[in-house]
Write a protein that binds this ligand. Structure first.
Ligand SMILES: [Mn+2]
Length: 424
């Protein structure tokens, strides 16, 4: 269900005068606004194939209408988001929920939509129909070699699927761990997992990366075998140069200083990818920036500072993805809000007067350092982000256009009132 270019142009025409006034007002005080706009225009955030349906909790799922029923429709939804904001030019597939039946066809559809394939994701946290061994007691950590082998083979299969699509990375998130004291020998679980990851690593093409994602708790509640960034970094260091840690914002214990974790991982050259979401209590999978936009800004401040220090390309050198579910919102509206929140935090981080901040730090001028950060954070950069969209021929106000065009209603007409996307 494509949105025509002329609809976007008409929408922009309507908002242009107001936008120009707002943009000129803020741009006047940003000396390098042109280079910030170029960075914003280049920045792309991958949409995971599982985020396009209404998510659920352990207790229930209340599907919305017009959800995508297959991979082609999921790609169409991402294409729609990308048309609206030109910042969602990648899709991240989850295997086995989204195994392409025809790779050439899937690739050409992606090219038509101007989408690339971001990291592919394996799944050893569920048992699939017909699966020989159960992951009830873990996958790569499992005491039984046959179960571990099955999990390794699955990950290698996911790499093969990714190669067919032109993806360049594999994300491994393991639900492995234990629910009760005594259930698991921690050291053996770590060793089994490491050996499994080593076999998977050996199957990586030379130009691929593997991301080891960690999570503090859930579904296991006593221990997680990749439970924090330290454990993930241990695996990544032992695996080799193609292995990196992946930071999912929701996978920390409350009040964790994620910005510091990001800074240290970047400093070690071991930060590979990012999963954006927001949370109040744990892995809540809420809309990015909906709970703590200041923390998101502080994280981006470390990302920008750390990437610049290493001469990295902001747009391409890390994997950026949203990883959230939407229990009570339209998934597409939620994703538009999430991308907007990421772009705002990124733009604010680009505004930070780095030289002045470094000088304040060197002088132990704590108050000044805080002023510098908050000066950037409290700047309303929404018109700057909108201007980047305008220059990319996207919509000045994507969510408004989505609603004005009654896109969800059209999707319901097209796909039906009761459709359920594969995923969580
Ligand atoms: Mn994640």
């Amino acid at each position: 269900m494509p949105i025509e270019k002329n609809l976007i142009a008409a929408h922009n025409d309507q908002l242009l005068a107001q936008h120009t006034r707002r943009f000129e007002f803020v741009a006047e005080n940003i000396p390098d606004v042109k280079s910030i706009l170029e960075k914003l225009k280049a920045f792309q955030i991958a949409i995971p194939s599982w985020a396009l349906g209404t998510g659920g909790t352990r207790f229930g799922r209340f599907s919305g209408g017009g959800e995508p029923r297959n991979l082609e429709e999921k790609m169409a939804d991402v294409a729609l988001l990308h048309k609206l904001n030109r910042s969602s030019g990648a899709i991240s597939l989850h295997i086995p929920w989204d195994i392409p039946s025809d790779h050439a066809k899937t690739r050409s559809l992606a090219a038509e939509y101007d989408l690339r394939f971001d990291a592919v994701n394996s799944n050893t946290f569920q048992d699939q129909p017909g699966q020989k061994h159960s992951y009830k007691f873990g996958s790569l950590q499992h005491v039984n070699r046959d179960v571990r082998k099955q999990a390794i083979d699955h990950n290698i299969e996911v790499i093969k699927q990714g190669v067919e699509l032109g993806s360049k990375s594999l994300t491994v998130w393991l639900s492995d761990g234990s629910c009760f004291p005594g259930q698991l020998n921690f050291r053996k679980a770590f060793q089994n997992t490491l050996e499994g990851l080593q076999e998977i690593y050996a199957a990586l093409p030379a130009d691929w990366k593997v991301f080891v994602e960690y999570k503090a708790f859930e579904p296991n509640f006593y221990s997680m075998t990749v439970g924090d960034w330290g454990q993930s970094l241990l695996y990544a260091n032992k695996l080799g140069d193609q292995a990196y840690t992946l930071v999912d914002l929701g996978h920390h214990l409350p009040n964790a200083n994620i910005q510091q974790i990001v800074a240290l991982l970047l400093g070690e050259g071991k930060l590979g990818g990012f999963h954006f979401n927001d949370s109040k209590y744990g892995d809540d999978d809420l809309t990015v920036g909906s709970i703590d936009p200041y923390q998101l800004f502080l994280i981006f401040n470390e990302l920008v500072e750390g990437m610049d220090a290493r001469g990295m390309n902001h747009a391409n050198d890390l994997g950026w993805m949203i990883d959230a579910s939407h229990n009570v919102k339209d998934p597409l509206e939620d994703l538009l809000q999430s991308v907007e929140a990421i772009m705002i935090a990124y733009a604010q981080a680009l505004l930070v007067d780095t030289k002045a901040l470094q000088a304040a730090q060197e002088a132990n001028d704590v108050a000044k350092a805080q002023e510098i950060l908050q000066q950037a954070y409290r700047t309303d950069v929404r018109p700057v982000v909108a201007e980047a969209r305008l220059q990319n021929e996207a919509a000045l106000a994507p969510l408004q256009l989505f609603r004005d065009q009654k896109i969800r209603e059209q999707l319901i007409k097209l796909r039906g009132e009761k459709t359920v996307a594969t995923g969580l």
